[in-house]
Design a protein around this ligand. Structure first.
Ligand code: 5AD
Ligand code: SF4
Length: 460
């Protein structure tokens, strides 16, 4: 597939070795091959002997008699190899995968503490995540051979340099391990910047004339650099003179706690726009994506947020054509979009990222199917976006003016819902929050009339 080749991993020589011993059935042979596939981008090359390997995986089967006991015997040998390697200053990780791992569970590590990882039956799905976590736990950096400049990995780029609105990084990394995503490997564990540093930077920005800050993080609402999390940080920043608008992106449903939802109802500085990706509307696909939420739990969360802030504009990310996505799964995504009614949305064709568990899943779809679904999803979200914008016609919105427009005498800013708004007015209004009555709402922007008489109105 065209888009997949473009993101193929660079061909570098393996720097680590993995020995995979396969017991039992064809299923396990297949699983072992996929494990080798997902480990390759992390620098693991397959070796045919366990001695000296960096990682040994026993992909087990307990159908045959005494199979479990055989695994423990093998683990005894491996333990000694591991000790030998440690004495020479190296490290060997031992993983038990497959049916015995499922049957014995944590028991394995009790009986043989040399085991580092126990992975369930569809082992390869979990292997990259478990290896990455094991590396993090030991403080080692996992060097992944992903192509640089991944378009899904980057935080948003600086939006214009208007001097009025600025991005402020507060968090990096991700611990969620969605099976399609490279971020947990490329960006590492969730990390929060100290609140004092963020506050100091926000004050500097405010002194320079910034009125709006957008707090950035791959998992921004997992922020824990302050007791009370992101909600506490937002409250602290809202007290800074000059900072009148606060936004944050990107959020994960799991970290959308009650305090943050409550802040949306209470803080006028917190803008009524929330980017809350759901990715898909089918529970089967969400599970395969390792999203740890269902379509229903997402909808209930949205409802709760809208109780706190009834005019909340929602935005989301969607992936179409995830491995094994059936027509009915895709329709569940369309239904979820209909149920939420988004103000904007980012839609993606599933792209195979080597090293991610989903890239090794069977049931990869053709580009033609992905294209067709993407077109249908786009039609729906564009319709919703247009409807959201036309619904503002006649309303007077507080607009933060950011810059002069393309036409003479025109100025451009943003509504609380992040819609670009243009109207006629003097450049002296840049940096001010002014009332604009919306005359026409189109899909991409709003056109309005400055309410000169009510110029001093600030955010409602
Ligand atoms: N294929 C398609 N979309 C992806 N995203 C992340 N990884 C992939 C991938 N492999 C999308 C998700 C995420 C957004 C930043 O990029 O929707 O939320
Ligand atoms: Fe990637 Fe976002 Fe999932 Fe983290 S939560 S793994 S950044 S898609």
């Amino acid at each position: 597939m065209g888009d997949d080749r473009a993101t193929a991993p660079r061909k570098t020589a393996p720097t680590k070795t993995v020995f995979i011993k396969t017991y039992g059935c064809q299923m396990n042979v297949y699983d072992s091959e996929r494990m080798a596939d997902v480990l390759r981008p992390f620098g693991y090359g397959v070796t045919d002997a366990p001695e000296g390997a960096d990682l040994v995986v026993l992909n087990t089967c307990h159908i045959r008699e005494r199979a479990t006991e055989k695994v423990y015997t093998e683990l005894g040998h491996l333990k000694r190899m591991k000790q030998r390697k440690a004495q020479a200053g190296g490290r060997m990780m031992i993983a038990v995968a497959g049916c015995v791992a499922q049957a014995e569970g944590v028991q394995i590590r009790h009986r043989q503490p040399a085991v580092d990882l126990v992975v369930g039956p569809q082992a390869y799905h979990q292997l990259p995540e478990l290896i990455a976590r094991a590396h993090r736990a030991s403080g080692e950096k996992l060097s992944a051979d992903f192509s640089p400049q991944d378009k899904f990995d980057a935080l948003p780029k600086e939006r214009g340099v208007t001097g009025v609105s600025a991005f402020l990084t507060v968090q990096e990394g991700c611990d969620k391990f969605c099976t399609f995503c490279v971020v947990p490997y490329t960006r590492g564990a969730e990390w929060s910047r100290p609140a004092a540093d963020i506050e100091a930077e926000a004050r500097v920005l405010a002194d320079k004339g910034v009125r709006e800050v957008t707090l950035l993080g791959q998992n921004v609402n997992a922020y824990d650099g302050l007791e009370g999390g992101l909600a506490a940080l937002v409250r602290r920043l809202a007290r800074i003179d000059g900072i009148d608008r606060i936004r944050y992106t990107t959020s994960h449903q799991r970290d959308m706690d009650d305090a943050l939802i409550a802040a949306h109802g209470e803080l006028p500085e917190l803008m009524p726009y929330l980017h809350l990706p759901v990715q898909a509307g089918s529970d089967r696909i969400l599970k395969a994506m390792n999203r740890a939420h269902t379509a229903d739990s997402y909808l209930r969360l949205v409802e709760k947020i809208r109780v706190a802030r009834p005019d909340m504009a929602l935005s989301g990310d969607f992936i179409v054509g995830f491995p094994n996505e059936r027509e009915a799964d895709f329709e569940a995504t369309l239904n979820l979009v209909r149920a939420v009614n988004y103000a904007s949305a980012f839609t993606f064709k599933y792209s195979r990222r080597p090293g991610t568990p989903a890239s090794a899943m069977p049931g990869q779809l053709s580009d033609a199917v992905k294209d067709e679904r993407l077109a249908r999803l786009n039609a729906l979200v564009q319709e919703q976006q247009a409807a959201f914008n036309t619904a503002t016609e006649g309303a007077t919105l507080p607009v933060l003016i950011e810059k002069i427009g393309r036409l003479p005498g025109q100025i451009v800013g943003r509504s609380p819902y992040l819609q670009p708004v243009h109207c006629e007015g003097p450049a002296s209004l840049i940096g001010k929050i002014v009332p604009v009555t919306i005359l026409t709402g189109q899909r991409g922007s709003l056109a309005g009339k400055l309410e000169v008489g009510r110029l001093e109105m600030e955010t409602a």
